[in-house]
Design a binder for this molecule. Structure first.
Ligand code: T1G
Length: 677
């Protein structure tokens, strides 16, 4: 019988209920049972005048235990526990530190008073799991904090700091940062005899139809395809509609169960755990000693180099940035400052933070200045000979133990490592553009990359707020390798009768932020072009030769106006027709299903091959790459998760129908009804 995570302490007539359930005091069954028993004892004990609920460790309850959602329910259910706390005949104070999230926030709402340290945050992020607060949160929040704050917390899912929560009435008292326990006891003594005991469910809700309308509009714009935000808004609206608390709760329960049973929530919960799993390297012990990273070197102050540097500067890690030419260096550092100032202008950074970040940047033309760096990231032209030259020079000047990383998007890390005397210190760090914005970082493990180098880079990734995924050495690693069959098939479909707008429409309708041709126009049709306008071997060559390089030249697969609004291009249709004629292809009607099979199923197939070759640790890592690197809709859980929900038999049949060789592991999983691993 394991010890309960709940214990109690008496402080005169105050009963303190304490949870010690690391790492985040998730409200698992044992925690709920322990709190239920303690509340019952406190209510029954005449010598108890009031109670305090608090948590040990780094945070107040961070929510229901998400791992329990796929298991049979165990009493008391969280809604029952929250109701039971609220019904207590003795006042209960929630003492909050860290992040009171989801069910944790709902427990505080069942309490009668809430006190929090200044650094605490409180919120209901269930929407990010494809859910809604299912323990009374949608009905109590508008009663305690008002409709607008309730909408912000539930439909967007971002927690708010204690100060803002206090202003909204969600928190009653702010404690001292280091005196929460004492201040909570004092607060309990102050309120213990106040009657009536304030209960959230008994408060009235002030309707705010404008707020509901505003959030509905924002939801349609920002959360295209997601089901949960609309459900959260509907529950808050129900609370503000004059419905009784009981009717509101019934509606909340109905909506919660509908979402919980849906594919979207399963997908979003899958990604929640997949993102955390991705940070684990199967064959490197979690307690591997890390190399200290006190200063980072970045080679190249262009778009990528500048963005990469910003990640570290923002995290407070000094950067030495090297360029070959003074004007390029000046341009690069100027762009960094401009980007920071733009962030500050939006109120997301203070001017002094901008100055501190820039003060930590050391621009130099002297390559040897990199000698003092612990991690050096090369972000120069995507050409193997250039990379090899850089790493040869690095090998000569970098200090022993420095980690030497390449930001290459495709190239062979082993080949780069081989020019150095320290291949164990060489690794790939593939940032996605814009590097200071995109969350994904592919960490490319060479054959000789040392375990502590990998562990250090994964740790640094966390520090610069990236979602890191380990990839093996293969052309394009994980994400870009899967992009290739998609681009090849999309181009073939053009020749066979589809149009850029049809293919992009299918992808955008699927939930991608943009389709293959919109993406080409954004990134640049001329990327990887041989620059010889007389050499026209495919449609992209033909576009590039006519300076149709995409948005930057106001013409690519689409035409663009001053505001970069795209329109279908008659010239592109002509070029495609010319290629059809040249290839002797008679265009045919192409259905959306064929586009899905040939541009999305082929990605899944490539993902299965990547797993078979050991170039990704797990299928969920591939999902994480596509969610955070390419905007795959999180409510579909990533390519490999989506394939399971699509049905692997259907995926295999689609691939075979269009003549694709199906990966062995995919075929086996489809045949056995198993999972792609
Ligand atoms: N349940 C189970 N495990 C959880 C968990 C949770 N709620 N939250 C975190 N973990 C695990 C996580 O998987 C990781 O495990 C470890 O804790 C550390 O997490 C009825 C239905 C609290 C801000 O959505 O946002 O309440 O990898 O790496 O970066 O209305 O965890 O170590 O094995 O993220 O310091 C609502 C989810 C649930 C909050 C801390 N609550 N958690 O971040 O650590 S649904 C949430 C977080 C709900 C009710 C509804 C973050 C954090 P491992 P971590 P962190």
């Amino acid at each position: 019988m394991t010890a309960s995570p709940i214990r109690t302490e008496r402080h005169d007539d105050i009963l303190v209920i304490i949870s010690d359930n690391p790492p985040v005091n998730a409200l698992g069954a044992a925690v709920r049972q322990g709190i239920e028993a303690a509340i019952k004892d406190g209510v029954a004990d005449a010598s108890v005048a009031a109670m305090v609920i608090r948590c040990d460790g780094r945070t107040f309850f961070a929510g229901a235990d998400i791992t329990e959602f796929t298991k049979p329910p165990v009493s008391p259910l969280l809604p029952e526990l929250v109701d039971m706390i609220e019904a207590s005949t003795k006042p209960v104070v929630a003492a909050i530190h860290g992040t009171a999230l989801g069910g944790g926030c709902e427990v505080t709402l069942g309490c009668h008073y809430r006190i929090a340290v200044p650094s605490a945050k409180i919120g209901t992020p269930e929407v990010k799991l494809g859910l809604l607060p299912g323990a009374g949160g949608t009905q109590r929040l508008p009663r305690v904090a008002g409709v607008r704050v309730a909408l912000e917390l539930t439909a967007k899912g971002d927690p708010i700091p204690a100060k803002k929560a206090h202003e909204a009435g969600l928190i009653d008292r702010i404690a001292g940062e280091d005196s929460l326990v004492a201040d909570a006891l004092a607060f309990a003594n102050e309120i213990k005899d106040i009657r009536p005991i304030p209960r959230a469910s008994e408060k009235a809700v002030t309707a705010d139809p404008d707020a509901v309308e505003a959030f509905r509009k924002e939801n349609a714009r920002r959360f295209r395809g997601f089901e949960a935000p609309a459900a959260n808004i509907a529950c808050i609206e129900k609370a503000a509609s004059g419905a009784t608390f009981a009717d509101g709760i019934a509606f909340e329960r109905q909506e919660f169960m509908r979402l919980m049973m849906g594919v979207q929530s399963a997908a979003q919960r899958h990604i929640f755990f997949a993102e955390r799993q991705a940070s684990k390297i199967d064959d490197v012990p979690a307690d591997t000693a890390l190399r200290p990273i006190r200063r980072v070197g970045v080679i190249g102050a262009g778009t990528m180099g500048g963005g990469i540097a910003m990640n570290f500067l923002t995290a407070g890690i000094p950067v030495t940035i090297v360029e070959m030419q003074a004007d390029a260096l000046e341009r690069g550092t100027g762009t960094i400052r401009k980007n920071y100032e733009a962030t500050a202008a939006k109120g997301r950074m203070k001017p002094e933070q901008v100055d501190a970040a820039m003060a930590a940047l050391t621009p130099t033309l002297a390559f040897d200045d990199l000698a003092e760096c612990d991690l050096i990231i090369e972000a120069v032209y995507e050409e193997m000979s250039v990379k090899k030259d850089i790493f040869t020079r690095l090998d000569a000047i970098a200090k022993p133990g420095a980690i030497l990383a390449s930001n290459t998007s495709y190239l062979d890390i082993d080949e780069i490592a081989a020019v150095t005397s320290r291949p164990q210190d060489v690794v790939g760090m593939h940032f996605f553009s814009p590097a200071n914005v995109m969350k994904l970082l592919e960490v490319v493990r060479g054959a000789k990359t040392a375990g502590d180098v990998l562990a250090t880079v994964m740790d640094v990734a966390k520090k610069i707020r990236k979602v890191a995924v380990v990839a093996g050495v293969t052309y394009g690693f994980i994400g870009n390798r899967m992009l290739m069959p998609r681009q090849v098939e999309a181009t073939k479909l053009l020749l066979e009768g589809a149009t850029p707008e049809q293919i992009d429409r299918v992808h955008v309708g699927f939930g991608m932020p943009m389709g293959p041709f919109q993406m080409a126009d954004l990134a640049g049709v001329d990327i990887g072009w041989h620059r010889d306008p007389s050499r026209i071997e495919n449609i992209r060559d033909a576009l590039a030769a006519e300076n149709r390089w995409g948005q930057k030249t106001k013409a690519g697969f689409y035409d663009y106006d001053e505001k970069r609004t795209p329109s279908n291009s008659a010239r592109v249709a002509e070029i495609i027709d010319q290629f059809r004629a040249k290839e002797g292809v008679t265009p045919r009607e192409i259905g959306d299903d064929e586009i899905v099979a040939r541009t999305l199923y082929t990605m899944v197939n490539e993902g299965a091959l990547i797993l078979e070759e050991g170039k990704a640790q797990r299928a969920s890592d591939i999902d994480v790459v596509w969610i955070y690197g390419y905007g795959w809709p999180v409510y579909r859980g990533g390519p490999m998760f989506w394939a399971q929900t699509e049905g692997l038999k259907k995926v295999v049949a689609g691939l075979e129908q269009y003549g694709f060789p199906v990966a062995r592991s995919l075929k086996e999983a489809a045949a056995t009804g198993g999972q792609i691993r």
